[in-house]
Design a protein around this ligand. Structure first.
Ligand SMILES: NC(=O)c1ccc[n+]([C@@H]2O[C@H](COP(=O)([O-])OP(=O)(O)OC[C@H]3O[C@@H](n4cnc5c(N)ncnc54)[C@H](OP(=O)(O)O)[C@@H]3O)[C@@H](O)[C@H]2O)c1
Length: 252
């Protein structure tokens, strides 16, 4: 596990109550940052996640908010500003697939307009609104943004054609936000392949089997693998911006 000294820094992590977001909260918090945990999950789930982080010595505040809603985005960033008086890192990690099972690419009829609306609102408009709201604070602290795209933006098909397109658009948003917010703020993204989280646990076991067989490393990724890359992109990577790094075990 890599480490960094980010004592005194403040990080907002969306979708932080579970999976990759929770692993990032644990890693950033363990390295000394104060964590603002955003998630749409039930109050109980959020409270439980925050308690577990506190037991690990993490300074954490949580905000129950939907990043697909403009006012909730503002409330999330305001929580960091009001609680800690600054913001150094923004992790735009929350995402939705809007389907309980993967939709094969040729099945265009299964992809409804409502799915497109939900997916684009959370996976694309959400990170844009978060970046816009956080920009003044991040410029002030010369901070960094990392968004969670997906290997589906490049190679894998992902849970639907709409999901893959939203994550590909996030790659371009990352590039353009880097230009828009530079030189003060660096903006990068990670693009995970198959990672073992509650999200992928919802899929049939064959999906995990296929996900593993498709990799050079012959294993599924862990949320902590992605969290490490996020930490590197925030606390290191001083000459990198506008990039999306694929972390997929070497998909063949
Ligand atoms: N796991 C993978 O293999 C994989 C691969 C590529 C990319 N990703 C991306 O990685 C990110 C995190 O996924 P994960 O696997 O860690 O999933 P996860 O374990 O399900 O965690 C995602 C969290 O985000 C929350 N969330 C959903 N919609 C939200 C919203 N509108 N506002 C705030 N929070 C919201 C979820 O709450 P609820 O559970 O209550 O909905 C959940 O707590 C997503 O963007 C996903 O697209 C994952």
């Amino acid at each position: 596990m890599i480490s960094a000294n980010i004592e005194g820094k403040v990080v907002v992590i969306t979708g932080g109550a579970s999976g990759i977001g929770y692993a990032a909260a644990r890693l950033f918090g363990g390295c000394g940052a104060s964590v603002v945990l955003n998630d749409i999950a039930d109050e109980e789930v959020l409270n439980d996640a925050a308690s577990r982080l506190r037991q690990d010595g993490v300074e954490v505040t949580y905000v129950r908010a939907d990043i697909g809603i403009a006012d909730d985005v503002a409330r999330t960033i305001d929580t960091a500003a009001q609680t800690y008086g600054r913001l150094d890192y923004l992790i735009c990690n929350a995402g939705v697939s809007a389907t309980s099972k993967p939709i094969p690419l040729p099945d265009l009829d299964a992809v409804t307009d409502d799915m497109w609306d939900a997916i684009l609102r959370v996976n694309l408009l959400g990170p844009f609104r978060l970046a816009r709201a956080a920009a003044p604070y991040l410029k002030n602290s010369r901070g960094a943004i990392v968004s969670t795209s997906s290997a589906a933006a490049f190679t894998l098909s992902g849970s639907s054609i709409a999901y893959a397109a939203s994550k590909a658009a996030l790659v371009k948003l990352t590039r353009d936000l880097a230009i828009a917010l530079g030189p003060e703020v660096r903006v990068n993204a990670v693009a995970p392949g198959f990672i073992k989280t509650p999200w992928t646990a919802r899929f049939k076991p064959e999906w995990e089997k296929r996900g593993v067989e498709n990799t050079t490393l012959k294993k599924a990724g862990q949320p902590e693998d992605v969290a490490e890359l996020m930490l590197y992109l925030c606390a290191g990577a001083a000459f990198m911006t506008g990039q999306t790094l694929i972390i997929d075990g070497g998909v063949l």
